[in-house]
Design a protein around this ligand. Structure first.
Ligand code: NCD
Length: 305
C-alpha cells in the first residue's frame, strides 16, 4: 500500500477533503473510551523547526486523546540541527523512534523532502510561506459546522495573502466548491499569481481589493490573517503595512448579522479584543476544531478508520 502523507492540500481531491471532514465529525462524536483505543501503542514525533503554539500542541493533544504517545522538539536549537545535521538525517533518525511525524519548517518544500526520505507518514504543519494543509482541514471543518454548507458562500481573506500559508491552502481547497472569494490586501501583499491561476482554472470567481470596509457587507466569512513579519526581506516594508487593517466593532456595523470572523491565530493587532465577545468572533472555536481534525488525519495516515 502506498505511504500516506499530508504535505499539500493539492494532493487531496474534493472527495478526499469531504471524507476527511466526515471522519473528523465521526471522531468528534465518539465516546472517549472508544477514542482512546484508536491509536493505542502508536507514537507521534512533532519536529518543529519554527515557532508554534496551536499546531504543535493540538497535534500532541490529538494523539494523546487517541491513546497514542508523543515525542519531539519544539525548538530545533535543542536538536542536532544546531550541530549541522541535515533535515534528511534528522528524519531518518526519528523514523526509528515513532510511527508518524508532524513537522514545521521555514523552508518551502521541507515537508515534501522529509517525506521522501522516510518510509513512515509525514504531516506538514507548515512549510515556509507555502502550505499549511492541516490548518485548512480545520478551517473547512469550522466553516461547515457554522454554516452547514460551503457552496454558495462569499468568503473574504484579509491581510498578508502573499506570505500567509494558511490562505494559500484554504483558498485552493475552497476552489473545489461553488464559492465567491475576495482577496483583500495591501498591494504589496497580494495573493501570489500561481494560486490565483489555479483558483481560476477551477472556475472559481474571485475579486482582489485593498478595501476591507467596502467589502465587509458582501461577506459570509471573513478570514483575517497576521502580517507575516518573519518572512519580510525588508523590515521597512513591514513597517509600512503593519496595522493596515483593524477589525473591530465599528467595522462590523456594515456586516451581515451572521458574518463569522475567522483567524488561524496568532493575532497581532488585526482583530481588536473587543470583538472577542461578539457573535462574529469564532477564532477560539476554530482552533478547538484542530483536535478532531488532526485526530482524523492521524488515523487516516496510520491506516485506522
Ligand atoms: C499560522 C501559521 O503558522 O501559518 N498559525 C497556525 O498554524 N495557526 C498563522 C500565522 O502564523 O500567522
Amino acid at each position: 500500500m502506498a505511504k500516506k502523507d499530508v504535505i499539500s492540500i493539492r494532493d487531496f481531491s474534493k472527495k478526499e477533503i469531504e471524507d476527511m471532514l466526515k471522519l473528523a465529525e465521526k471522531i468528534d462524536s465518539m465516546a472517549e473510551e472508544k477514542r482512546l483505543k484508536l491509536l493505542a501503542g502508536k507514537k507521534l514525533a512533532t519536529l518543529f523547526f519554527e515557532p508554534s503554539t496551536r499546531t504543535r500542541l493540538s497535534f500532541e493533544s490529538a494523539m494523546q486523546g487517541l491513546g497514542g504517545s508523543v515525542i519531539g522538539f519544539a525548538d530545533a536549537n535543542t536538536s542536532s540541527t544546531q550541530k549541522g545535521e541535515s533535515l534528511k538525517d534528522t528524519v531518518r533518525t526519528v523514523e526509528k523512534y515513532c510511527d508518524v511525524i508532524a513537522m514545521r519548517h521555514s523552508l518551502e518544500g521541507a515537508a515534501r523532502a522529509a517525506a521522501e526520505s522516510v518510509s513512515i507518514p509525514v504531516i506538514n504543519g507548515g512549510d515556509g510561506a507555502n502550505q499549511h494543509p492541516t490548518q485548512t482541514f480545520l478551517d473547512m471543518y469550522t466553516i461547515l459546522k457554522l454554516k452547514k454548507k460551503i457552496d454558495g458562500l462569499v468568503i473574504g481573506f484579509a491581510g498578508d495573502l502573499k506570505f500567509g500559508r494558511t490562505v494559500h491552502s484554504l483558498a485552493l481547497a475552497l476552489s473545489h466548491f461553488n464559492v465567491k472569494l475576495y482577496f483583500i490586501s495591501p498591494d504589496s501583499l497580494k495573493m501570489p499569481q500561481e494560486f490565483l491561476d489555479e483558483i481560476k482554472e477551477r472556475g472559481t470567481n474571485y475579486i482582489e481589493t485593498e478595501n476591507l470596509a467596502e467589502t465587509i457587507p458582501e461577506l459570509d466569512i471573513l478570514y483575517a490573517t497576521r502580517i507575516q513579519k518573519e518572512r519580510f526581506y525588508d523590515l521597512a516594508e513591514y513597517e509600512r503595512v503593519r496595522g493596515f487593517y483593524r477589525i473591530n466593532k465599528k467595522l462590523m456595523e456594515s456586516a451581515k448579522p451572521e458574518l463569522k470572523v475567522m483567524h488561524p491565530l496568532p493575532r497581532i493587532d488585526e482583530i481588536d479584543y473587543e470583538l472577542d465577545n461578539t457573535p462574529y468572533a469564532v477564532y477560539f472555536e476554530q482552533l478547538a476544531n484542530g483536535i478532531p481534525v488532526r485526530q482524523a488525519l492521524l488515523c487516516r495516515v496510520l491506516g485506522v478508520l
